[in-house]
Design a binder for this molecule. Sequence first.
Ligand code: SF4
Length: 323
Amino acid sequence: MTFPFEIGGPSFRARQVRSWVFHRFARSFDEMTDLPLGEREQLAQRYPSIRPEPVATWEADGGETRKALFDGSYETVAMRYPDRRTVCVSSQAGCGLGCTFCATGQMGLVRNLTAWEIVSQVLWAARIFAERPTNVVLMGMGEPLANYDHVVGAIRTINDDVGISARKITVSTVGLVPQIERLAAEPFPVTLALSLHAPDDETRSALVPINRRWPVAECVKAVKSFRRAHGRRVTIEYAMIDAVNDAPWQAKRLADLVRGSDIHVNLIPLNPTPGFGVPPSPRVEAFARELRGLGANVTIRDTRGRDIDAACGQLAAEAVARG
Ligand code: SF4
């Protein structure tokens, strides 16, 4: 079970506590003012904190984007937009998949996060927003499907207890095909995003080494089956990297992959890392135009929080490197 507290007392006490944790986003038992003082003190003594607190926080976009570093090794970004509140959560501290353009990939895997640590990131953002997030994206540090059981446990709690619909929870994967198939068999219809980043195996294997195990065609086939299983539209995430994956022939190849499906392509100008730059905007726009001209559904993603490196594990990467 994801909820890690034994409450005791009368049966309604557990409901009361859960309501404080999941709907009023309490950080400690001391805040639960309608619990009898003695019980509150006992619980606070037994569980000094309800969820991990950040060791550092940053803000950008006039406070609309907030980022937190937990345990010196994983991070969360909360983004408020006029029409939604999105939290980008980590599923692992570091990541063992070693994508060459990714700051997190350069850290290696530090550890898997527990289901409660994943849920707690959503609760941290809820506290910041003073209401529950509308969208949860598992696009922070780590490969969610490499920490399958904890991620699925967290999704159940975010869905059942925090009350965020599974449809508003996005799981982003670089393409662990057997786990995509497993996720397709789960009863909750989460949204799936495939981080493709290149439409050809040669380029993709150089960027995403796991591609040697599950190449482009297999990954795309798996997300199309997921789409059929859940009736949920899937997304291809494509980090635009200067002179690596932004050529017109790659736009054509990508269009071929999605032709005849309703897969949505999200182009994300890369948050630069050493050795990998972001293409100039006109090239990103030309790439999008080419794809649209070939019938693909395309958007260019707004890169919120770039001034605090909010795109991909960079602050945690620096904290871990510093020790
Ligand atoms: S891109 Fe994702 S899967 Fe690849 S190393 Fe970074 S966090 Fe891991």
